[in-house]
Design a protein around this ligand. Structure first.
Ligand code: TYD
Length: 172
């Protein structure tokens, strides 16, 4: 119990200090992308990543990992009361995924636009889900949906040593 409280407290501290650094203009906005098991299985990682690189977003962290049910239950906690909660946790933990932190000006909103609607069948052509996704569950990628959400996701999925952020206004 004490260990969990300490963990929550240190996450909170890290969240506040990184938000302050961003406000001071030291760090660029970051977002978390997860290439879901369908993107991995269908060989779409390269095609999707190319779209982000063409937008000149900076990759500040990238790794391949098999996510545990515990971390996915935390990640999708906002959907815990939905009937598909078990399915999404099972799907996302079924195979290794590639997970990445991208940074750039307005990266969260721009990547969400590039990603398209949750339901791939309704997503516009030209968006990642519209071009490659199958349905609501198999929709290729996760992308953070807010500044606070992205911060929590960076801290949830990455150790500081795994990140190589661009720093701004520090050298000049
Ligand atoms: P959500 O956060 O609502 O969507 P998004 O990924 O667009 O931010 O949902 C998270 C994931 O849960 C979604 O990518 C796929 C899955 N999901 C379903 O399987 N069925 C559904 O009806 C919804 C809304 C989501």
């Amino acid at each position: 119990m004490m260990k969990r409280l300490l963990h929550i407290f240190s996450l909170g501290l890290a969240l506040i200090s990184s938000c302050l650094a961003e406000q001071k203009g030291e760090f660029m906005e970051q977002t978390v992308i997860i290439f879901k098991p369908d993107a991995m299985q269908q060989g779409r990682v390269g095609a999707i990543l190319q779209r982000f690189e063409e937008m000149h977003f900076h990759i500040s962290g990238i790794k391949m990992v098999q996510l545990s049910e515990a971390i996915l239950r935390e990640h999708y906690a906002h959907l815990a009361d939905k009937p598909f909660f078990g399915d999404i946790v099972e799907f996302m933990s079924s195979a290794p995924v590639v997970i990445m932190v991208l940074e750039g000006e307005n990266v969260i909103e721009e990547v969400r636009e590039m990603t398209g609607e949750t339901d791939s069948r309704l997503a516009e052509k030209g968006t990642i889900r519209g071009d490659f996704g199958k349905d609501k569950g198999q929709n290729m990628i996760h992308a953070s949906d807010s500044v606070v959400g992205a911060r929590a996701e960076v801290l949830r999925f990455f150790e500081p040593a795994e990140l190589f952020p661009l720093r701004h206004n520090l050298a000049d």
